[in-house]
Design a protein around this ligand. Structure first.
Ligand code: SF4
Length: 705
């Protein structure tokens, strides 16, 4: 008999399989390899290997905390009973609703929550709080790719094929993705592709560890990859590499896309992007002549104020060359957060109901309302997007949000223009944060609810391939810690919620919640109706859509038809436009932000793990030797980076891996080196994605300014 528990890593969207074995000592389990799980076959990065560290006492919250006085009025946080904490939350929400209306109570979720929690949080907002004000931090992650995918293909699933297909493609373009640092076990797929004779092209303003593996690295000016994709399409058309039969039979809208691409001739694209025409031609030849090909994007092209159009331009390239809807070809997005995929399917997004349904669709409202046991007319309409929600916190007037429940997110570090967001959080009448650690955002809260984590609870996650997985409980949670599902049930009861699904309409058993989620998703795009805990355990994951228990699941989408009404994929008629903020005399450099290997997202968890923190102890400013020499800066010297939104200080890291006109900062830290103090919240008009990846800054030697 085995004593180990098979489960999945608490961090990124690869959701690597691992086993947990009981351990003696303060950390109650030990992470072991799980070679039989197909996605990572036993490989784990340092984050996964050290995942159990946060289960130790002393590193995490074990009792609710409440603050004397209102937020910003500032008594100290003190320990409280669950009854006191939950009574205070329920009374506070009811009071705000009474004074300002239901939409003045907001909910902010996270892409790391299990499917069950994401589903229950959306339901809680709509039928317990009756508010339209809900969104989540996934809006900051892959929402531009999701929007572009829905426009082009009629449905958004990060990868419409399993990762095992990647080594079988002939040419892969990775755009603004650095899996060597964000998900190292995935690198084997790219290495195998090259071993099989395939070509790997990486597009990134930095020569990252991933770019070092590539056959060809294109290094564009930040925010210009839309123009780069248009230039490649121009060359495909000019050099007769368009798959005219595919375009005629399986797509619509090519003529408009063609006209836009023809206005982006190679020399013009070189002027905009800085990528030499010869390299552009080389990339076009590789991709255009390849029999099969893929484009995978990540945050680089997506986190822009034109992110939807930028991803659309890369999808156009796949469509024009017949590299979509066929085996070993297609467009995909490398989602970031652990449940970045599932988190956007079950209703914690402002405009969506479970099953990836539109909240404005009458049939969707009727279906979900029936599952929830409420009248469809009682369901709120679409609310505001994540940044718009955060920006309205504490505001006077009819649109102000006065109370907020925040689960599994740390926007004080991860939101754009983070200094303003911290101010807005302080201006709330009531801020409630559920988290496992006292994050920077939890430190501002009026009530902090200590939540169970990962190895202490069971629930499903959907990885970047659309593969629904089961995380299993391996250890008991410490006394004083509760699951988010239990918290939502308790609050719903206190708020007098009525509906189907347990006390107050809310169950706290994950499997019962999943059974309800299956019914709510049935018939929707992300259809989980045929997926059960037993099936996931037996099959090591099931791909959605899976509409019935005898359905095999769908690892590959679009092979017969796209999910649009006419079954054809749609070209996007997109043109280049500059970033919302370009360098000028006052702010002459580009800033781009990103991630490092040993830290995860806002760092709230990984900064508390000694091994990870010693590997990546703090922020830095990466700059080119030519810029360093012009400024007279030495490696390690403290630099100030200043944008229109603030000033941060971090040590210089001189590297010729970055463009001379650009500096890079990782965003995992708070304090004086918080990169998101600087970033620009200009929003993409379609996806409402902020422009994390490009803004204008100036660099100052500390002491000089
Ligand atoms: Fe965890 Fe992602 Fe690392 Fe895998 S790659 S061990 S899922 S952080």
């Amino acid at each position: 008999m085995t004593t180990t528990t098979p489960t999945h890593c608490p961090y990124c969207s690869l959701q690597c399989g691992m086993r947990l074995a009981p351990a003696a000592g303060p950390v109650p389990v030990e992470v072991r390899e799980r070679a039989d799980f197909p996605v990572n076959r036993g490989a784990l990065c340092g984050k996964g290997q050290n995942a159990a560290a946060l289960l130790a006492p002393g590193t995490r919250l074990t009792t609710p905390l409440v603050r004397a006085g209102k937020a910003g009025g500032r008594g100290e946080l003190r320990a409280a009973s669950w009854t006191e904490a939950l009574d205070r939350v329920a009374a506070g929400f009811a009071g705000v609703r009474e004074r300002y209306g239901a939409d003045a109570v907001g909910v902010f979720g996270g892409g790391g929550l299990t499917n069950e929690k994401a589903y229950q949080l959306g339901k809680f907002a709509r039928i317990a709080l009756k508010t339209a004000t809900i969104d989540y931090n996934g809006r900051f992650c892959m929402s531009s790719a999701a929007a572009a995918g829905r426009i082009a293909f009629g449905v958004d699933r990060g990868l419409p094929f399993p990762l095992e297909d990647v080594p079988r493609t002939d040419c892969l373009i990775l755009v603004g993705a650095n899996p060597a640092e964000t998900m190292p076990p995935a690198l084997r797929y790219f290495r195998e592709l090259r071993e099989n004779g395939g070509t790997l092209i990486v597009v990134d303003p930095r020569r990252t560890r991933t770019a070092e593996l590539a056959d060809l690295h294109l290094q564009p000016v930040p925010g210009t990859d839309l123009a780069l994709a248009l230039g490649l399409l121009h060359l495909l058309i000019a050099e007769r590499m368009v798959d005219v039969d595919f375009v005629a039979e399986r797509t619509t809208g090519f003529e408009d896309a063609r006209a836009a691409a023809m206005a982006h001739w190679p020399e013009r694209v070189e002027r905009i992007t800085g990528v030499p025409v010869a390299r552009l031609r080389e990339a076009a030849q590789h991709f255009g002549r390849a029999r099969t090909g893929m484009v995978l994007t990540a945050r680089g092209p997506e986190q822009q104020s034109k992110g939807t159009d930028t991803v659309g331009a890369w999808i156009n390239l796949c469509l024009a060359s017949g590299k979509a809807g066929r085996r070993y070809s297609g467009y995909g997005c490398l989602t970031g957060q652990g449940n970045g995929q599932g988190g956007r399917e079950h209703g914690q997004k402002a405009d969506q109901l479970p099953g990836y349904r539109s909240i404005e669709d009458p049939a969707a409202r009727a279906h979900v309302a029936a599952v929830w046991g409420v009248d469809p007319d009682e369901l709120p309409r679409s609310g505001r997007s994540a940044y718009e929600l955060l920006d309205s916190l504490g505001a006077e007037g009819p649109d102000g949000v006065r109370a907020l429940l925040l689960m599994g997110s740390n926007p004080v570090v991860s939101a754009p223009r983070a200094g303003r967001i911290a101010e807005r959080l302080r201006a709330l009448d009531l801020l409630v944060v559920s988290d496992l650690v006292l994050s920077e955002t939890a430190q501002l809260a009026d009530v902090v609810l200590p939540s169970t984590q990962w190895a202490e609870e069971t629930g499903t996650m959907t990885n970047l391939e659309g593969r629904v997985l089961l995380r299993r409980r391996a250890v008991a949670a410490p006394e004083g810690v509760r699951s988010d599902l239990w918290v939502l049930r308790e609050l719903a009861e206190r708020l007098g919620a009525k509906g189907a699904g347990g006390e107050g309409g809310f169950d706290d058993d994950p499997e019962a919640v999943f059974a309800e989620l299956r019914r709510a998703s049935a018939g929707g795009q992300a259809d989980y109706a045929g997926i059960s805990y037993e099936r996931i355990a037996a099959e090591d994951g099931v791909f959605w859509p899976c509409p019935a228990e005898d359905h095999p699941g769908t690892p590959r989408l679009f092979l017969d038809a796209f999910a649009t009404p006419d079954g054809r994929a749609r070209f996007a008629p997109v043109s280049h436009r500059p970033a919302a903020e370009e360098p000028d005399a006052e702010y002459p450099m580009y800033l781009t932000t990103g991630r490092v290997l040993a830290q995860y997202q806002s760092g709230a968890q990984t900064r508390r793990v000694a091994e990870l923190n010693s590997a990546a102890p703090g922020p830095f400013v990466e700059l080119h030797p030519r810029l360093a020499s012009r400024l007279g800066v030495a490696d390690g010297e403290q630099l100030a980076v200043v944008s229109r939104r603030g000033r941060v200080v971090a040590p210089a890291r001189i590297s010729d891996a970055i463009r001379p006109d650009t500096v890079f900062m990782p965003f995992h830290w708070s304090g004086p080196g918080r990169a998101n103090t600087l970033t620009n919240p200009a929003l993409d008009p379609t996806s409402k994605m902020p422009e994390f990846k490009v803004c204008a800054v100036r660099i100052e030697r500390v002491g000089e300014s």
